[in-house]
Design a protein around this ligand. Structure first.
Ligand SMILES: [Zn+2]
Length: 496
């Protein structure tokens, strides 16, 4: 093992079934986690569900169920999504897990004992949909800026966290660490907002029984952000002071992958809580974009444009969906989805380029060399077409879409190599070298594609008769001559 790597997704609010946005975030995080495993690192990948709060309680009531029972049933869909898409998370955390509840309470108490959480009264415009208080200025004609529903004026007893005291420290961290927030434009946005100062934060509720009880006053439950955000440390057993169990060496986290709508909570609020609890800050918070319809509109339930990712994976396969999401949407920006766009990529790239290359290579080795990889040497010109260092840099900078298209540029180069060499017109050593070059290249392609489309990578390896290698094995002339290849079903069927 050379080093460690810890990545998280946001935890999902299971008030409804998962949509394409949930799938997208998990697939991206999975790709990054798998890449770091291939680099030989010890990886911990955390995803899960955020299960408390008044909105869940309301949904449960509508369904005629207790909240415990309601979330139990809803969580099944989110676990199913992970399985369906081959998400390689090490833990699926639920904010109703006992260890999470314990650590959330310990953090609350530790900050309270320092005198930085105190009892007060909160009044403000409250949106029950996002469980957030807004200022007059934030509201749009009296409605929530995110949900558009009428905000209500609320006044109640509440504990407050002295977040205002952390504004300068939060600002310093953001300014000193250029990769604290990515993409960099987002970091500038947050810096500008923090420069206006931070408000003290209401961290408890008296009228939301479905939550984690405040350890020093059981009339209160902990406000959603003092509960949900804590999952990132409780997931690896880290508590106040940065102390923890056998997984705690994973903290600080390398990447928090989140949607752009919750970047503020994952920087200003989360940093302040961690500082108050004497815990080191995250290395990078990466804000990804949203997936819109092919006309660039927000997907919405009322317009019937919400996509069920599980049905989509059933129809096309997990890898086709993964490939589309990772290739089509520039990581860090918004992108569009339609089945037509997905089918185009399936036909033109997965079937025509990758599927064809695998098929042609295996068929020729069977035909010309009785199904065994011939002794040979990888073509120098072809070797130069693989930009491995560039791909590594792109993955390091989390430019997943660029890295994937670079791997596919090499796939195209291999197809072109076949067309130019015309091995069917060759014989002897010259032909052996061409076949060897192709098989050896495919071995490397299968490694580089594994983080993106793991099932396909496995299928290529099975046809090539090799086991998955690591990034260190992405060197040419490593494939053993005599390796038995085995033709199988074509990798991708085109859709007309
Ligand atoms: Zn709202």
């Amino acid at each position: 093992m050379t080093g460690k790597f810890y990545i998280t997704t946001a935890i999902d609010y299971p008030s409804g079934k998962p949509h394409l946005g949930h799938a997208y975030e998990k697939v991206c995080a999975d790709c990054i986690a798998r890449w770091h495993r291939l680099l030989g690192k010890e990886v911990f990948f955390l995803t899960g569900t955020d299960e408390h709060g008044s909105k869940i309680a309301k949904k449960a009531k509508e369904a005629g169920k207790e909240p415990e029972k309601f979330v139990e049933e809803m969580v099944v869909f989110f676990r199913e999504l992970c399985e369906k898409l081959n998400i390689s998370n090490n833990r699926f955390i639920r904010t109703t897990d006992e260890d999470h509840i314990k650590i959330s309470q310990d953090i609350f108490k530790a900050i309270h004992d320092k005198g930085e959480i105190t009892l007060g009264e909160y009044s403000g415009w409250y949106c029950s949909e996002c469980e957030t208080f807004y200022t007059e200025k934030d509201l749009k004609e009296g409605c929530c800026p995110t949900h558009g529903q009428k905000a209500e004026w609320l006044s109640e007893e509440s504990y407050f966290f002295k977040m205002s005291a952390y504004a300068q420290k939060v600002l310093d961290y953001l300014e000193k660490n250029s990769s604290s927030v990515l993409p960099s434009g987002k970091r500038k946005e947050i810096i500008n907002r923090v420069k206006d100062g931070l408000q003290d934060l209401s961290v408890s509720r008296v009228n939301v029984p479905w939550g984690i009880p405040v350890p020093i006053n059981d009339k209160h439950t902990q406000y959603v952000w003092m509960d949900a955000l804590i999952n990132y440390i409780s997931g690896v057993g880290v508590s106040a002071g940065g102390k923890g169990d056998k997984l705690s060496h994973f903290w600080p986290v390398d990447v928090h992958l989140i949607g752009k709508d919750i970047l503020w909570h994952h920087t200003a609020i989360w940093y302040s809580i961690l500082m108050a609890a004497d815990i080191p800050l995250p290395k990078t918070v990466f804000s990804h974009g949203f997936i819109n319809t092919d006309t660039g509109e927000k997907m919405s339930k009322s317009k019937g444009t919400v996509i069920d990712p599980i049905a989509l994976a059933d129809k096309y396969s997990a890898d086709v969906l993964r490939y589309f999401l990772l290739r089509e949407i520039p990581f860090g920006q918004d992108g569009n989805f339609s089945e037509e766009l997905l089918t185009d990529r399936l036909n033109n790239e997965l079937a025509n380029e990758l599927g064809n290359l695998v098929n042609r290579t295996i068929v020729m080795i069977e035909k010309y060399n009785k199904g065994a990889v011939p002794k040979g040497e990888a073509d120098k010109g072809l070797q130069e077409k693989l930009k491995l260092e560039k791909i590594k840099e792109q993955m390091e900078k989390l430019e997943l879409h660029h890295a994937l298209s670079e791997v596919f540029a090499f796939v195209s180069a291999c197809n072109q190599f076949i067309n130019e060499k015309e091995p069917w017109k060759m014989e002897g050593e010259a032909r052996d070298n061409v076949l060897y070059s192709l098989a050896d290249s495919l071995r490397i392609i299968a490694i580089l594609l594994q983080p993106f489309i793991p099932e396909t990578s496995e299928k290529i390896n099975a046809q090539l008769g090799v086991k998955l290698g690591s990034i260190a094995a992405c060197k040419f002339n490593k494939l053993k001559a005599g390796t038995k290849v085995k033709k199988a079903e074509i990798l991708f069927k085109k859709i007309g």
